[in-house]
Design a protein around this ligand. Structure first.
Ligand code: SF4
Length: 410
């Protein structure tokens, strides 16, 4: 049986308003049918508990993401945690996160969720400027964000993250640093700082297409990234991932599991899951060892509930990655971590050293000063952090070249 930690993601797809930049699977519903959705989540979870890749494994983390999970009745959160514990078993120190939005949460709910076992809260603050919040069409202002933070503390949350966005049209470095300082002043354990991106099929993409927004160019965006990391380092945070900063010991173990290429179950509309196929392979399939299987659920909440009622599953797409593709994916994700790719963990999972497997692209980036390769790990250097996407692309390109060479020789 696989011994690496197992993670559970629970998607709650409802929001009170669709933010124009949002490409998450979130839907505005006046009165979501929480009973039906909650029942479907429990049925799906039960189904996955019998899957050979997951059966008998305990959960290291649970993450309620959205959408806006803080809109859900707290009883739904506690029932799901009870089901997760009964079906899998939660590790004694399991990290249990819930996302919440200021303006879509209240103190009593926070207290109930804390009592149910949620021990980490992630608040979607995005900015402390009311003008920026209005442009982002958030349903809260800066004062409500601070109130929600105070309510989270009053409810007993000792591990709180704030999500912030920078790189808004016309935003100056000074504007951004003002928001960042207000976030630091609250003394959260964790800060996630993401650059605003125009994602396809969003309202923002339509507006940008009609009339280009004055978004920062690459050089300016990189300056925002580096200044953010510098300021948060001064304030005692560790940048353990490109966009994620934590006080020592408070990194998000759930998200870190994705970057470490652990297995995870996703339940809910649009949720995805992934597992190492090695443990479920017959000996004769050894060639596929190290590969990964993954699935994604139907995105519509109503379609999801109907499919679960009908068959107990709501999988829209499934895919098996061969070992080479899984290796490139694991390397790409590992490079997002400040500690980089653990060579020992990679060898254990894939039976090959990553420095050998991706020798040419890694040597190329190392020669340019963007990558450090030690006995233990392969990691982006400070000057390579802004080039993570380009480094990742080179890994997949090296795969394509190897496949092409192989097909020519055969
Ligand atoms: S609150 Fe979050 S999930 Fe909901 S629409 Fe806005 S960005 Fe998307």
């Amino acid at each position: 049986m696989t011994t690496s930690p197992l993670h559970l993601y629970v998607h709650v797809p409802f929001c009170v308003h669709k933010c124009p930049y949002c490409d998450f699977n979130s839907h505005v519903r006046e009165a979501p049918d929480w009973d039906a959705y909650g029942q479907a989540l429990k049925t799906e979870l039960e189904g996955w508990s019998r899957h050979p890749a997951f059966a008998g494994r305990r959960l290291s983390t649970v993450f309620f993401g959205g959408g806006t999970p803080s809109l859900a009745p707290p009883s739904l959160i506690s029932e799901l945690l009870e089901a997760a514990d009964r079906l899998f078993g939660l590790e004694a120190d399991a990290e249990i996160t819930m996302e919440a939005n200021p303006g879509a949460s209240e103190a009593a709910r926070f207290a109930h969720c804390r009592a149910a076992g949620v021990n980490r809260l992630s608040l979607g603050v995005q900015s402390f400027s009311d003008a920026e919040l209005a442009w982002l069409e958030r349903v809260h202002d800066a004062r409500q964000a601070e109130d929600a933070y105070a309510q989270a503390r009053a409810a007993g949350f000792a591990n709180v993250n704030l999500d912030l966005i920078y790189g808004l049209p016309g935003q100056t470095m000074g504007d951004w640093l003002e928001s960042l300082e207000r976030a630091i002043a609250l003394a959260p354990e964790h800060l996630s700082c993401y650059q605003l991106t125009v994602e396809p099929h969003t309202q923002l993409a339509v507006r940008h297409h009609r009339r280009p927004l004055p978004l920062p160019d690459d050089e300016t965006a990189l300056a925002f990234l580096h200044r953010t990391r510098e300021r948060l380092r001064e304030a005692g945070f560790v940048a353990y991932e490109i966009s994620n900063h934590a006080r020592p010991g408070h990194h998000c173990r759930h998200n870190d599991g994705y970057w470490r290429y652990h297995d995870y179950i996703g339940i809910g509309a649009g949720a995805a899951g992934k597992w190492d196929v090695t443990a479920t392979l017959a000996a004769k399939d050894n060639a596929e060892c190290g590969g990964a299987a993954r699935y994604a659920n139907l995105r519509s909440p109503e379609g999801y509930v109907a499919a679960i009622r009908q068959s107990g599953r709501a999988v829209l797409a499934r895919e098996t990655l061969d070992a080479s593709t899984a290796m490139a994916e694991a390397a790409w994700l590992g490079l997002r971590r400040a500690d980089g790719i653990s060579r020992a963990a990679f060898r254990q999972r894939f039976g090959v050293d990553p420095a050998a497997r991706f020798r040419d692209p890694f040597e190329n980036w190392r020669a340019r000063g963007c990558l450090s390769i030690s006995r233990e790990a392969i990691a982006l250097t400070p000057s390579g952090v802004g080039l993570a996407d380009a480094v990742a692309a080179s890994l997949f390109q090296s795969l394509d070249e190897a496949n092409e060479a192989e097909s020519k020789s055969s």
